[in-house]
Design a protein around this ligand. Sequence first.
Ligand SMILES: [Fe+2]
Length: 259
Amino acid sequence: MNDSRLKNIFGDTYTEDFFSSGSRFSQTLNEKGILIFKSFISLNGLKLLQNEANELKKYSYKSSSEYNVYISEHDNNFSKNSPRNRIMSTSKKCIPNDLIPNESILQKIYDSTIVKSFFLDLLDKNELHPYEDSLSSININYYDKGDALGWHFDNSDYTITLLVKNCTKGGVYEFFNDMRYTNGKENYDLVEKILDKKVKGIRVDSLEGDLMIFKGNKSIHQVTAVEEGERILVTFNYNEESGVSLSEQSRKTFFGRIK
Ligand SMILES: [Fe+2]
C-alpha cells in the first residue's frame, strides 16, 4: 500500500495481489447481484474506523424521510397505495463527507488508487469519480434502536458499503436480486407482493469489517429496524462521470444542508 495510514487496515486476504484483479469477481456479481468480501477490514483497522465514527457521531444529522421505492415524485397515474407511490420511511443519522477528516482511514480507502482500480476492474467501468458536491462521496450512516431503511432502489448501478459496526439484534439487510424489470417494464406486481410482505427476500448476515457490493438500482432492498445495539454503515459512492452532484433534495434530506 502506498499510503502509510492504510498499513494493517485491510484483512489478511486483501493484499496488493488481491487488489490487482477485480474482474475475477464480476461474473459472480452479475449472477448473484451481490458480493461480500468477508473481513475486508482487519480487527486493528476496525478499531480505528469505529473510533473515527464514534468521534464524529455527535456532528451527525438525524433524518426521518419518506419516499416511494423508486425515490421519485408521486405519479398521478397510480393510486396512493400502489407499489409505484406507496410511502416508505427511513430514519438514521448521517455524517457527510466534508466532516470526515482528510487524514481519516475512510478517506484514504476511498482515495486509494489500488482500491479504486480494483472497483473499476470489478464493475467493468472506465471511470469512477467522486461526487462534485463536498457532501456525498463518503457517508457514515448510524442506525440506533428503532432506526431502519425502508424498501427502495438506489440511483446508481452499484452500491458499495462497509459495515463498521454491527448491531446485536435486528438491522438485517434484505434484498431481491435483479428483479426490477420484466421485458423492460417496471415489475410493479412483484414490488407490491414485497411491500405486502407476501414474499421474503434474501437476508444477508454480514459482519463488522465486511465490504458489500450490490446492484442497488435493480435489486430492491431494505434494512430492518435495529432492535438492540448500534449499526454503523459506510457508503463509498462513485459516479461514472465527473461533475455529478447528488440532488439538492437528497442532500437536504440526509445531511440537512446542500453545502
Ligand atoms: Fe440503498
